[in-house]
Design a protein around this ligand. Structure first.
Ligand SMILES: C=C1C[C@]23C[C@H]1CC[C@H]2[C@]1(C)CCC[C@@](C)(C(=O)O)[C@H]1[C@@H]3C(=O)O
Ligand SMILES: O=C(O)CCC(=O)C(=O)O
Ligand SMILES: [Fe+2]
Length: 411
């Protein structure tokens, strides 16, 4: 796809806006006190700053020697203080042969996918067909957005009940174990040519100055959708089922796009950027910058997934685990933060159309292979994850118990 757009003007306009020092408006009367922190289980000095989602000023927070207690996670959740972290041995899958309909190369790629998804559900893809200039633009626009003064970012703030918008540390939803991150989320689905949902979202929430940003993310989501459907085909091949089964299932997908910014953190061993979780969604396509911080829990230890410049990190979510009748795993992962560098990631979460029934293909439930999960819809699972504190490795089994117990005898 040719990228002829020059976004330099949009970037410079947004970056050159005057910085409103919200730090001055905040309650910064921070009394440092020795606080026997029950959550981390250690005696930790914390800062007693009131966390108000409407006034969180990251340029101030990231300079604090002691982070506010709301950001401190229980000791059992925290990263170990160690420099050398073992790496996850996830395969690098080259999609070139698959796109060129080379049957041998496709089989080889599918075998790598099968091995990865049967054990931890993570792999990376290269030669994925997404223009690297589009990926760079998506990162640049995210950087410009998160650099804006808080008051400007709040123009897109998450409204109660809406999943879309800007969120500072999810402080509008949670009051403890706050993630050390800012996010901008919006929905994506393919529409007839006249409607561009992402462009419309940016225009209606942030206005003219963000027209280019909307265009970049519209194109980025379309590219993610194409890549998702290609990976769905590869997943079907790898599972030995009808090649088109998952691709057709997700053709009318309603997906979630999320930009994550993890600011530097002076106490990275007490905080987490994204706490340990399994994605409840179907497939996640992540592009991380070169800083690093993504970790996957396998064989009782946290293993890092170091960034690879032109690769996307792919992982299976709970909904695909159900669609594969439990053959492919949705695995616990998290994002850690660091003292020196802010980190960016772009996450595209592929989700089925809300009311579509999640059910594995016949071939995966033949003979001895019993159904692992009953039928459900993505809207049920989404409702379940939103009603509870956070997603984790028990989300899918807990959801199924909830689903079965809440089903009326005749319903
Ligand atoms: C459906 C979703 C909920 C979350 C965003 C997508 C997929 C992953 C979920 C999440 C990232 C899991 C960790 C906790 C969470 C609250 C977060 O830190 O952002 C989750 C997302 C969310 O509920 O907004
Ligand atoms: O930013 C990352 O590396 C991971 C984020 C993540 O897992 C998520 O948003 O679901
Ligand atoms: Fe995730």
């Amino acid at each position: 796809m040719p990228l002829i757009m020059d976004c330099s003007s949009a970037t410079s306009t947004t970056l050159s806006r005057p910085l409103l020092l919200l730090a001055d408006l905040q309650d910064h009367d921070h009394h440092e006190k020795d606080h026997n922190n029950e959550s981390s289980g250690t005696t930790t000095t914390t800062t007693n700053i009131n966390i108000n989602p409407l006034t969180i000023d990251w340029s101030f927070l990231q300079k604090q020697k002691h982070i506010p207690k709301d950001f401190i996670w229980p000791k059992r959740d925290l990263p170990l203080i160690t420099n050398a972290k073992e790496e996850l041995r996830e395969p690098l899958v080259d999609l070139e042969g698959f796109f060129k309909c080379d049957e041998m190369a496709t089989r080889a790629a599918a075998e790598l996918v099968r091995q990865a998804c049967s054990s931890h559900g993570f792999f990376q893809v290269i030669n994925h067909g997404v223009d690297p200039r589009l990926i760079d633009l998506a990162h640049q626009h995210m950087e410009s957005f998160f650099k804006l003064p808080t008051s400007e970012k709040l123009r897109a703030r998450k409204m109660p009940g809406s999943p879309w918008g800007y969120s500072a540390a999810h402080a509008e939803r949670f009051s403890s174990r706050l993630p050390w991150k800012e996010t901008l989320s919006f929905g994506f689905h393919d529409q007839d040519c006249s409607v561009s949902v992402v462009e419309d979202y940016f225009n209606s929430t942030l206005g003219k100055d963000f027209e280019q940003t909307g265009m970049v993310y519209q194109m980025y989501c379309e590219a993610m959708m194409r890549l998702s459907l290609a990976i769905m085909e590869l997943l079907a091949i790898s599972l030995g089922v009808d090649r088109k089964y998952y691709k057709e299932f997700f053709e009318d997908a309603r997906s979630i796009m999320r930009c994550n910014y993890y600011p530097p953190c002076m106490q990275p061993n007490l905080a987490l950027g994204t706490g340990a979780h399994c994605d409840p969604t179907s497939l996640t396509i992540l592009h991380q910058d070169q800083v690093g911080g993504l970790e996957v829990f396998q064989n009782d230890s946290w293993l890092s997934v170091p960034p690879l410049k032109n690769a996307f990190v792919i992982n299976i979510g709970d909904t695909f685990m159900a669609l594969s009748n439990g053959k492919y795993k949705s695995c616990l992962h998290r994002a850690v933060v660091n003292r020196y560098k802010g980190r960016k990631s772009l996450a595209f979460f592929l989700c089925p159309k809300e009311d579509k029934v999640v059910r594995p293909p016949h071939d995966l439930v033949l003979g001895e292979q019993t159904r692992m999960y009953p039928d459900f819809t993505w809207s049920d699972l989404l409702h379940f994850t939103r009603s509870f504190y956070r997603a984790d490795s028990a989300t899918l089994p807990n959801f199924i118990s909830w689903l079965l117990s809440s089903k009326k005898p005749n319903g």
